[in-house]
Design a protein around this ligand. Sequence first.
Ligand code: UDX
Length: 423
Amino acid sequence: MEITVVGGGYVGLVTSVCFADMGHRVRIIEIDPQKVELINKGIPPIYEDNLEEILKKNIGKNLTAQSDYQFIEKSDVFFICVGTPPQEDGSANLRYLSQAAESIGQALRDSTIFQVITVKSTVPPGTTESVVIPAVIKSSGRTKDSIGFCMNPEFLREGRAIKDFKNPDRIVIGGNSDIAIQVVRDVYSGFSAPTITTSLKAAEMIKYASNSFLAMKISFANEIGNLCKKLGINVYDVMNGIGYDHRINPYFLNAGLGFGGSCFPKDVMALIRLAEKNDLDPLLLQSVIAVNEKQPNKIISLLKERIGSVSGKRIAILGLAFKDNTDDVRDSRAIPVIQSLLDEGADVVAYDPMAIASMKIYYPDIQYRNTAGDALDGADACLVLTEWPEFRDIDTCFDRMKSRVIIEGRKILSIEGVEGICW
Ligand code: UDX
């Protein structure tokens, strides 16, 4: 099929290369000319496992990138993958979405074939109907029955996005007509995952509810973990014990610093704002955020219980990314931890295998080292903030510390004498 993907960011690029790899002909529209140039050279502007390989294999063949809306009038399907960043009050900013919808509509003014505009961006329920459909209909001058509309949320984890795309648990397609839904189904033909077809609004809500549910599991594990810590119980044993119940399942029950990243905090907040706008008081969702906000303080309290004041002490930070296998530090729990340490006069020395450059934007003045061992040199204490697998094998590096106080905010180390937030 002929596909246009609007937005060459993380979701748009992963989606495009995977569709191209399936044999579809894909055109990416990305407004940033530098990104377009990189993509067309086969260089991904972001890091993602396997992305470069698949991009290089398909670029210039059935995949191309451009910064304008030319040559798209014959596309069968459009996927809008633009950002919906949070506004000051936490609600989603839909400006890029409506601009994309308007531009697609203008480009399709003279088309006569049935085409489907699909939203992949995470948007509040009701957005495709109230923002995208009117913008496309108005700018294209076409009738509602000559263009179909779908909502097809993504469930891609950073660092594992290609794997997640190729092995989905389910494919969700909301649509305003059966024909529109069938076109998007055809895009995914060959996938064995169950396909859930539903209304536009329900598909939009499925994305928010999925992410909020996963965030809720993490906050639940953290709340139980905090109590376990007081009672001297190993929370990981407890979560292992509950995870065997198939109604609960063992995933997303790792207690620690809490969730970060570009999705969970933003999506739970957007859902809270949506509930409030509808005169509801979303107590459970508010608590998911409240528990999460407090977790970074726990590691600081634990540290102070062990070494007293942190003022003038050298604290090694292992891990800056919001999770392993990414250079992304957006909403990383390392940010509030570093901020508290700096506020209290600590000397912070940090290491991360991938995210040092990203964290330098937030904290240009703290010290960075190129290896975990160098960061640990002469440290009074060490905080492990990201679950990088390489931290499993650095036992001897801890001998380089001035005193062996190691506090783990993510369960990853395998050495004696390590204290996790919640163990
Ligand atoms: C998430 C969703 O998983 C994905 O489906 C969605 O489309 C985008 O948002 P992502 O943000 O890439 O993906 O990361 P994820 O692996 O879900 O982790 C999010 C955060 O939760 C990380 O900070 C991680 O360390 C934390 N986490 C995860 C926990 O604290 N405990 C857990 O048990 C699992």
